[in-house]
Design a protein around this ligand. Structure first.
Ligand code: HEC
Length: 159
């Protein structure tokens, strides 16, 4: 149990370092359903990508079956319609989503598609269990996160 908690903390730090984002604070607000939906989805994405990052960086012991499970879960998340969380009129509220998303929907959607594609390749690589295959696919996925955050995610809450 103690070990588990420590691992969770390590993951949090690694994700923060990788994405240059402050520690995520997810919330559920029934007056901001879309905002809550997308933030919860990103929290789940990071909860799976984080341990993978920690294993790739050696912050956590490499565990092949755990790597496969996280890749599989990450892939399952990609089958959800995340753009529902970015519906028109949901740019306000407790959010770090920059207003530019709604002005550049096509570009934002393309960046989301890049992530979906990168995660499909990462999952395929993870299932081989070969770290040499996983490393580049992992790097490409991290780049897809960063490419979108650079343009569309604020460091702090906007409103
Ligand atoms: C296409 C754009 C896009 C991609 C790709 C993307 N993100 Fe994000 N992410 C966002 C936006 C926009 C927000 C802010 C959402 C909000 O606050 O309403 C966000 C928020 C987050 C949050 C904070 C969630 C919370 O608790 O509020 C985390 C963590 C996160 N992203 C991790 C990731 C990781 C890890 C990846 C890649 C595996 C990724 N994101 C890929 C756009 C993206």
């Amino acid at each position: 149990m103690v070990k588990k908690i420590r691992n969770a903390c390590i993951c949090g730090v690694s994700v923060a370092a990788l994405l240059l984002t402050p520690v995520a604070i997810s919330h559920f607000d029934d007056k901001e359903m879309a905002q809550s939906y997308r933030q919860s989805w990103f929290a789940l994405v990071a909860s799976n990508f984080g341990p993978m990052a920690a294993m790739m960086k050696g912050d956590m012991p490499y565990d092949e079956s755990r790597m496969k499970e996280h890749a599989n879960d990450l892939s399952a998340l990609m089958s959800m319609d995340i753009m529902r969380g970015f519906a028109d009129g949901t740019d306000k509220g407790t959010t770090r989503a920059k207003p530019g998303i709604w002005d550049n929907k096509a570009d934002f959607t393309a960046k989301m598609d890049d992530l979906i594609e990168a995660v499909a390749a990462l999952d395929a690589a993870a299932q081989t269990g070969d770290k040499n295959e996983i490393a580049p696919a992992f790097g490409a996925t991290g780049k897809a996160c960063k490419a979108c955050h650079d343009d569309y995610k604020s460091k702090d809450y906007l409103y």
